[in-house]
Design a protein around this ligand. Structure first.
Ligand SMILES: Cc1ncc(COP(=O)(O)O)c(C=O)c1O
Length: 412
């Protein structure tokens, strides 16, 4: 077997299962799981109908490139959403449908990293190539890096830096070895949004040190301020005159935008040179998106009404939950700019998580499970991630129980 598999860390939910084993939560309190980032809002009926209708294509093998109609719908969506001129995104070679961003984030790194490049004169100069990523982070970034034979470098995201990686704190030698930089905006777990100037700075560094930016924008449609949607990497590239989106690859998904995580539908878009090579890789990997999934995805990218309603539901939850928590914490609990997570300071995150489950039957995720030690600190330690995915009433009940737990324990 591939010895790199031994490098993989236990997934956070496996660690959580071990942490909670042997506890006896009160059976009288209904369990509220707020640990997993799985959208629970009702999926729009029109997507389900298109999916059923699309089943007539079950007799076809799907092709890796995807249906022209889906690629066109995605290209037009990108242009509308990110204020790009018409036809700025070429549907034929700048867009590739994928089975959700998770598999795409993973497989893109396998295609993008040149782990053979160990010779003098290669980019990594005889050393393992680097993949840089935020810390804490979506765990796939690390697993993908290790299995691709590269070395992860973690860029800590702390409150002091607005939860954004400090790009200018990275030295030139590290950038020279970097082959892929992961960005995540809005971020999981912090909800921080990268301003357009920040994205432009990342692009300058990518051009100077010759690496590709993999921008995970799967939360881009969940934001608090309806008048200020988070900017994206393609938008930043266009504004900087990089109209070919060189070194930019963005990842988008219907999972969060349309509350259809089971559909497994997203796309990758950007630099046509990278996408051509990545498409070849995917052809052999055998991960073309089924046609019925593609047919259901077309109306999902074409409609914004259901997404506006989706945001309204999350906004309502944040509005109701944060004052309850703020009272118990005796400090403001800020609503994040994007995403559906709260990133709460709790002291010992493991003991908090276990105690909250044991006393109040509410599950959250210890922040340290989402981070790694870097510079002698794990920036996830001391926090928990709370996914406001349950229905409003359950989220409010969970917030009240969490507040009661905090107040009773006199802990913050
Ligand atoms: C930051 C981030 N990226 C990507 C994904 C994967 O989402 P999907 O594969 O459903 O598109 C998730 C899911 O939770 C996530 O949190």
């Amino acid at each position: 077997m591939n010895s790199r598999i031994d490098l993989l860390q236990p997934y956070p939910f496996e660690r959580l299962r071990v942490l909670l084993a042997g506890t006896n939560p009160p059976a009288t309190l209904r369990h509220v799981p707020l640990s997993i980032g799985e959208p629970r809002h009702t999926p729009p009926a029109f997507i389900a109908e298109a999916l059923v209708d699309g089943l007539r294509t079950l007799g076809n093998y799907p092709v890796t490139l995807g249906l022209p109609a889906l690629r066109a719908a995605i290209a037009r969506w990108l242009e509308r959403r990110f204020g790009l001129p018409a036809e700025a995104v070429r549907a034929e070679d700048m867009v590739l449908p994928v089975n959700g961003t998770r598999e795409a984030l993973f497989s893109f790194v396998q295609a993008a990293v040149d782990s053979e490049a160990r010779s003098e004169g290669s980019k990594a100069r005889g050393r393992r190539p680097l993949v840089l990523m935020p810390n804490p982070f979506y765990q796939i970034y690390e697993g993908a890096t290790l299995l691709a034979g590269a070395e992860p470098r973690f860029l800590n995201c702390t409150a002091a830096q607005g939860y954004l990686p400090d790009l200018d704190g990275v030295d030139a030698a590290t950038w020279d070895r970097c082959e892929v930089l992961f960005l995540c905006t809005p971020g999981n777990p912090t909800g921080a949004v990268m301003p357009i100037d920040y994205l432009r700075r990342a692009l300058e560094l990518a051009a100077r040190h010759d690496f590709v930016i993999a921008s995970d924008e799967c939360y881009s449609e969940l934001y608090f301020d309806e008048t200020a949607p988070p900017p994206g990497l393609l938008q930043a590239a266009w504004a900087a005159g990089n109209t070919a989106f060189e070194r930019c690859v963005v990842f988008h998904s219907l999972s969060k935008r349309s509350s259809v995580p089971g559909l497994r539908s997203g796309f990758v878009a950007g630099d046509a040179r990278f996408l051509a090579r990545y498409r070849l890789y995917r052809t052999y990997h055998g991960c073309a998106v089924p046609e019925h999934t593609q047919l259901a995805s077309i109306p999902a990218w074409q409609d914004e009404m259901h997404v506006v309603e989706n945001r309204r539901l999350y906004r309502e939850k944040f509005r109701r939950v944060t004052p309850i928590l703020a009272e118990a914490w005796q400090q403001a609990v800020p609503i994040p700019a994007g995403g559906f997570y709260l990133w709460l300071p709790v002291g010992d995150d493991e003991s908090f998580t276990r105690g909250l489950f044991e006393r109040q039957h509410v599950t959250v995720l210890p922040g340290s499970y989402l981070g790694r030690d870097a510079g002698a600190v794990n920036p996830g330690r001391g926090r928990v991630r709370v996914s406001l995915v349950a229905q409003l009433d359950d989220c409010v009940a969970a917030a009240e129980r969490t507040a009661a737990f905090v107040t009773a324990a006199g802990r913050r």
